[in-house]
Every structure is written in C-alpha cells, then in structure tokens.
Design a protein around this ligand. Structure first.
Ligand code: PLP
Length: 387
C-alpha cells in the first residue's frame, strides 16, 4: 500500500498490538512444507478435518443459486435458536441472535459497544491472546487475572474480588483456550451472580461448546437468560475459514449491537450462512471429529509427562494441551521454532497466552489426525533431551 508522503515512515498512532506468535510458527511450518518437509500442524487452534458434508452440499447449492449479496439469514438465526432449545433446553428468541464474522467480530463489537475508552475488562491469564490485544486496540484496558494450574486454570469470583480495581467487564471462555478448562454449572453460576450484583458485564465465550470429554459444558444462558454469549461455527462445526459466528444478547441490546456490527462489518459471508444451515443436522459427522480428539487427548496425556513436560492437566474441553516446558526453556517462541525445525512438529508458544509465565509453556492442538499425533510423539521422543 502506498503511504501519503507526510505519514510515510511514521509509526502507527494506535495501540501496539503484538502478532499471534502461533502465526509466526505457522509461517515457518509453511516454508518447511514448501521445501518438502512433513509437518504435524499442532500450532493453530483449528480442526484440520473438513466441514461436515451437509455444509459443503449447502454451500454448493447456494453458489449455484441466486446472487450472494449482503445478507443476514433469518433462517439461520431461527436454527441457532432451535439449537439452544435442543442442546440446552433454553428459550432464546431469534431476534436476540446476531450473526457475525466469527467470534472475533462478535468480541470487537461487544467491546466497542459496551465499554468506554479506558474501561477495565478482566480476562484469565493464560487466555486467548485476542482478548487482551483487541481490548487494548480499542482503547479499553485489559486486566489480566492469574489463573494458573494451581487453580485448575479457572477464573473465580474470589480472584476478581482480589483485583485492585473493579472491572467494568469480564470475559470468560468455558471450555477455555489454551487450557481446555471447563467451568462447572456452580462455578459459572457464582461468576454470573458476582457480575450481575455488581453491574459488571459478563461476556461468555462458548466457542468450544460441543467439544468436551465427559459432561457437556453449561451455557450461561441456562443460568441467566439475559447473559451475553459469543459463539462460532469455527470449532465444533469445523468451519474456521468460513468466518461465521454469532452473539446472543439481551433483547434491549440487540439493536445497539446490530448497529455496531453492520457499521464495522456489514454482514457475514452469505455463502457461509447458507452453508451453516447444513451444519446442525448431521450429528454423526460432528461426533466423528470428537472421537478422534478423544483418542488424541489420551495419547498426549499419557506421553507428554513421560517426555518431560510438566503441569499436564487433563483438559475437560476444547482440543488443546497447555503444558510447562520449563525443563528445557524460558523462551517458548525460540523453543517452538527449534522444535519445528528439528522434528516437524509445530506448537503454539506460551507467550501468546501469557506474556510472562508463558515463556516456559507451549500449547499443542490435537485437532489433527491420530497418526499425526503418533508421529509427533515419536519425533519429540527422539529429539527432547532426557534426564
Ligand atoms: C476462545 C476463542 N474465542 C474466539 C476465537 C475466534 O474465533 P473465530 O473468530 O474463528 O470464531 C478463538 C479462536 O481460536 C478462540 O480460541
């Protein structure tokens, strides 16, 4: 892009936002793959399995049908409402559901609409990096709350109570990225109650719902029908590149949030909205991936401690293991680069999720095939120094 002569060479004037370090690892992995190396891609948080066949068929029909203009699908809003009734037994009016360009856009619109410049928003550390970075890019302040392995990676009311200031908002993901921690119904109810009685906006990121190992995750909507929920087709429905998600908001906020969304993003891709209607009605196709994740999770839980990783906590949901590699490194980015170069296994550096403690940690995504996990473990066993 050509810069105006008066601004050429000047640094940006907005907040400085770091990259996704996992993305840098992805670039290195892509370069190695181009050079003919076999890579096991465990760095990015996305299913490597294609979207369910019903999604692909619906997309094909849409492509050959009418024009794909700016559009928000009333049928999809109604289908998501039906999903809440079927999966959680809760009644959500379609008018409270707003379609977004992934959970990412839902978060941007929510942070922009509900908070003013300088407002503090609390998030768990380790946590999804874009919470911290989006909050600061928008001029809000991110308040990171330590939620390490000693508290099962859980954000609790008592941790919020210990903060030096009361946040205006709290973002919580359950299941969480990068730890897979799932809040029990009681834990979620306690957090909801804490926030509601103090006038704090609680934003629940339910993007990993559907991907759990044991009991299903509770939706905050089962506890508080007026909660704010962020969700997406990127994970359970295996449509990350289709850029489609949704928000559930209280009725009185729907028009405001919708105005933000349309101004910032117009509408999500029309083809993805058509396609997503094919995502709900083939539970076997969705479950197929879960069976693979379950096997992969067991393999890694067994092998990673033997290889010398510490704090290997069994994730109750999502498809990640966030583990301590402090035996070998305090520079997780350098470690991931070397590991990739030596073994072909790519993982996300912990500094994405926790700029300090994450120097010792790495996150493995196990949304890959089981033979790939087996290959990765073999290569790591041959490379990692023992003793
Ligand atoms: C916790 C969490 N929230 C939100 C997102 C954004 O997802 P998307 O914009 O693809 O829906 C991600 C992506 O990895 C995530 O892990």
């Amino acid at each position: 892009m050509q810069q105006h002569p008066k601004t050429a060479g000047l640094p940006p004037r907005g907040a400085t936002v770091p990259p996704f370090y996992a993305g840098l690892i992805g670039e290195q992995a892509a370069a190695l793959a181009r050079a003919g190396r076999e890579i096991v891609p465990m760095h990015f948080g996305q299913p490597t399995m294609a979207a369910p066949p019903g999604v692909l068929a619906a997309a094909e029909r849409a492509m050959r049908g009418g024009p794909l203009g700016y559009w928000e699908s009333p049928d999809l809003r109604a289908r998501i409402a039906q999903h809440y009734a079927e999966a959680y037994g809760v009644d959500v009016a379609p008018s409270r559901i707003l379609l977004t360009l992934g959970a990412s856009a839902a978060l941007v619109a929510t942070f922009a609409a509900l908070f003013a410049a300088g407002d503090g928003i609390a998030v768990a550390r380790p946590g999804y990096p874009a919470y911290r970075n989006t909050i600061s890019a928008l001029g809000r302040r991110c308040i990171e709350v330590d939620c390490g392995p000693e508290v099962g990676f859980r954000l609790t009311p008592s941790a919020l109570e210990r903060l030096a200031e009361r946040p205006r908002g709290v973002v919580v993901a359950s299941p969480a990225n990068p730890t897979g921690a799932v809040l029990s119904r009681d834990e979620l109810a306690a957090l909801t109650d804490y926030c509601r009685t103090r006038g704090i906006h609680l934003i629940c990121d339910e993007i990993y719902h559907g991907i759990t190992y044991g009991t299903r995750a509770t939706s905050v909507l089962e506890i508080d029908s007026d909660a704010i929920v962020v969700n997406s087709f990127s994970k359970y429905f295996r449509m990350p590149g289709w850029r489609l998600g949704w928000l559930v908001v209280p009725q009185e906020l729907a028009a405001t949030l919708s105005a933000y969304l349309v101004n910032l993003f117009l509408t999500p891709p029309a083809i993805s909205q058509h396609a997503a209607l094919g995502a709900f009605d083939d539970p076997a196709a969705l479950e197929a991936a879960l069976q693979i994740y379950t096997r992969n999770r067991s393999l890694l839980l067994q092998a990673l401690p033997q290889l010398g990783f510490r704090d290997v906590v069994a994730p109750d949901g999502a498809f990640y293991l966030y583990v301590d590699a402090g035996r070998w490194t305090t520079d997780s980015l350098g470690f991931c680069r070397q590991m990739l170069e030596a073994t072909g296994v790519s993982a996300a550096p912990g500094i994405d999720f926790d700029p300090q403690g994450g120097r010792r940690c790495v996150r493995f995504s196990f949304a890959v095939t089981t033979p790939e996990v087996e290959r990765a473990l073999e290569a790591l066993a041959a490379w990692l120094p023992r003793g």
